[in-house]
Each structure stands twice: as C-alpha cells, then as structure tokens.
Ligand binder design. Structure first.
Ligand code: MUC
Ligand code: MG
Length: 367
C-alpha cells in the first residue's frame, strides 16, 4: 500500500463572531483540507489552519508547499514509513501546520487499516476531555456575557482569557469582571500572545494575584530572552510557552533556559508524531502540558481531542477545544457537540472524520 496522492483543498467558512487577540484576529476559517490517498483506496484526512502572525504560513503557502514540494517527496512511500516521510518533509524549514496535517492524515489511514481508533493507537487513556474556552478581546461586559453563555450552554467552566491590550484599563479589568461574575469555582488563565513587555506582565501578575489565575501564557516575547526569564522566575503561576515552543528542540530551549514552566501542545502544528515527542519530553522533565487550540475547525478539534484523550498527562488540564463554536458552519457530516463541559473522541476506525461533500463544494475556494 503506497501513498498515491496528496490533496490540499483551500476552503473558507466565515466566523459568526471574530476572535481577537494580541497578535491578530480571525474572521474567516480560511483553512486547507488535506487528504492523503493510498493506491488501494484509503483516504486520510486532516486540516491545516494558516496563522501568518504565528508561523508565517498562509492558505496559499500551505496549498503550494503541499502540492509542489511535499506531495512529490512522499509519493510511493507507505503510511508506515512515517519517519521517512518526516525526514523528507523536514528538508523544508517551517510550514508546521502543513506538515502536521500530512502527519495526522497518515495516522488516520493507519487507524482505518487496523480498524481501530487513532486515539486508541496513540495511547487510549480515555474517550473524552474537559473543555477550556478561549475568550477573545472585547469590552469587559461582553467578555463576561460570552463566558456566561458558554458556561450555560455547554457546561464549560474553564476559560482562557486573551490579554495583551492596555494592561489595567482593559485586561486586569476584564479578568476581575470575569472572576466576579463567574465566581470562585470557575478556572481562569490568561494568554498575552506576546503583547506586553516583561515589566508590564510582571505588574499585571502582581495586580491579579488575588484572582486565582492558574496559568499565564506568552505574556511577553520569548525573544526578549533575559526579560522573559526574569518574568518567569517571578511568576506566581505556571508560565505556558505556546508559540515560543513549537517543536521538541524549542521546548528544550525554553524550559531549560527558564523561559517556561508549562507547555501548550497543539496537534495543528506538531501533528501526532511530533506532539508525542513533545509530550513525552515534558513528562520526563516534569513539565505540565495544556492541549492548546490553533483556532481549529471541527476537523482539527477532532484531531486535538483524539490526541489529548489518548494521554494521561495531556488531559490532566481541560483542553482548548471550543473555538469551532464560533464558526458559522463546518465540513463534517456529523457536527461536534460539547456537552457538560466535555468533548468526546469520535468512535470508529481512524479519526472518524467524514466530510460532507455538499459542504466541501460550497466552501472550497479552488473551483
Ligand atoms: C493561542 O493560544 O494563542 C492565537 C494565535 C495562535 O497562534 O493561536 C491562537 C490561540
Ligand atoms: Mg497561546
């Protein structure tokens, strides 16, 4: 059984409500559907979300790198030869979400071949994850209303609050309003997407010390190397590296350098193969992980929950699995639902991704 074709299909689905954060904003899911076909008719599926402000990829660049470089490099290999696939993909620097989607589509094929769920093949720890919801920039009262709606509709009680605006007038005020409205039992943590200096971030952590935040993520740039170490050494809460730790090597550098005390694992950028490396590395180091969200659609979210639920250390904390709720539609025949604050892994062989052909026809951009 050999890899016979790799499709990269650009599609665009509008958001009902844009997500705004310190490094950018998303109004449309302009993602790329990746389908790996074998010569005996199996099809593995995943999606790649372009995040130019995080990785430099665009929808056009993802399509181009898959069609022009990756597909010719891996045609003729078998889905079992994943180390060789990665050796070839890694001849090209960057392009993390394009590489990750190819990796996850290959795992989908392996699951289908074995007649087993990918989550089971990866580790099979549990069949569901608690969900954490990301609250984007808005006036404080709107952020509170959103969190209350998400809690009341989906039972979610963990919220990641986007920060990195004016520290006091906007962000401390929003965190305080959320804590007052939601009460002490809800978990809150913050993500700055590098929006502050280390000094601004330190003052905010001091100002919010009474709010019981559980994590702080990427409050200042990791490239300000000494400033970031200074901040992390003083942080009263675990400090998550997200966009500064996108590979096993970067995890080593950030953790051993004192610039992070927890790691965000995102299958959208490290697929399953490299996410497992990062996760096992964190377990060995004794560093907690959070399953992060690359503002994934439902396909990416299914991949994320399949990986997170597979591993004990990945589901200690609620996973960020709810960004798809703000999309006006998606490509799956059977939409995902979050109930009682929980998202379940899809049963069946592979990843359980079934694409609705009419929806794909409606949203694809390459007619
Ligand atoms: C996050 O956790 O930062 C926003 C930018 C990005 O790269 O991911 C999202 C969410
Ligand atoms: Mg983040």
């Amino acid at each position: 059984m050999k890899i016979a074709r790799v499709e990269a299909i650009p599609f665009a689905i509008p958001y009902t409500k844009p997500l705004r954060f310190a490094s950018g904003e998303v109004h449309t899911a302009d993602h790329v559907l990746v389908r790996v076909h074998t010569d005996d008719g199996l099809v593995g599926t995943a999606e790649a979300p372009p995040r130019p402000y995080t990785y430099g990829e665009t929808q056009e660049s993802i399509v181009a790198v898959i069609r022009r470089i990756f597909e010719p490099q891996i045609l003729g290999l078998t889905p079992l030869e994943r180390e060789t696939v990665h050796e070839r993909l890694d001849r090209t620097v960057g392009n993390p979400t394009a590489k990750a989607a190819v990796d996850m589509a290959l795992w989908d094929i392996l699951g289908q071949l074995a007649g087993l769920p990918v989550s089971g093949l990866l580790g099979g720890y549990t069949d569901r994850m608690r969900v954490s919801h990301m609250v984007g920039f808005a006036p404080a009262d709107e952020m509170v209303a959103e969190a209350e709606r998400i809690r009341d509709t989906h039972g979610i009680t963990t919220f990641k609050v986007k920060v990195g605006r004016r520290p006091y007038a906007d962000d401390v005020a929003a965190c305080r309003a959320l804590r007052e409205a939601l009460g002490p039992d809800v978990e809150l943590y913050i993500d700055g997407n590098r929006g502050w200096t280390a000094q601004e971030a330190a003052r905010v952590l001091h100002e919010t010390a009474d709010l019981g935040l559980t994590f702080a993520e990427e409050l200042c740039p990791a490239d300000d190397v000494l400033g970031r170490r200074w901040l992390v050494a003083r942080s009263p809460v675990l400090f998550i590296a997200d966009e500064s730790a996108t590979s096993a090597a970067e995890v080593t550098r950030e953790v051993l350098g004192g610039s992070a005390t927890a790691i965000s694992v995102k299958t959208a950028r490290t697929g399953f193969t490299a996410s497992q490396r990062v996760l096992h590395q964190c377990e060995g180091l004794g560093v907690p992980v959070v399953m992060g969200n690359q503002i994934d659609g439902q396909i990416g979210t299914l991949c994320s929950v399949a990986f997170g639920a597979a591993h004990r250390s990945a589901c200690r904390h609620a996973g960020e699995l709810s960004n798809f709720l703000d999309m006006s539609d998606d490509l799956l025949t059977e939409p995902l639902t979050i109930e009682n604050g929980t998202l379940r892994v899809r049963e069946g062989a592979g990843l359980g991704i079934e694409i609705d052909p009419d929806k794909l026809h409606r949203y694809r951009q390459d007619h």
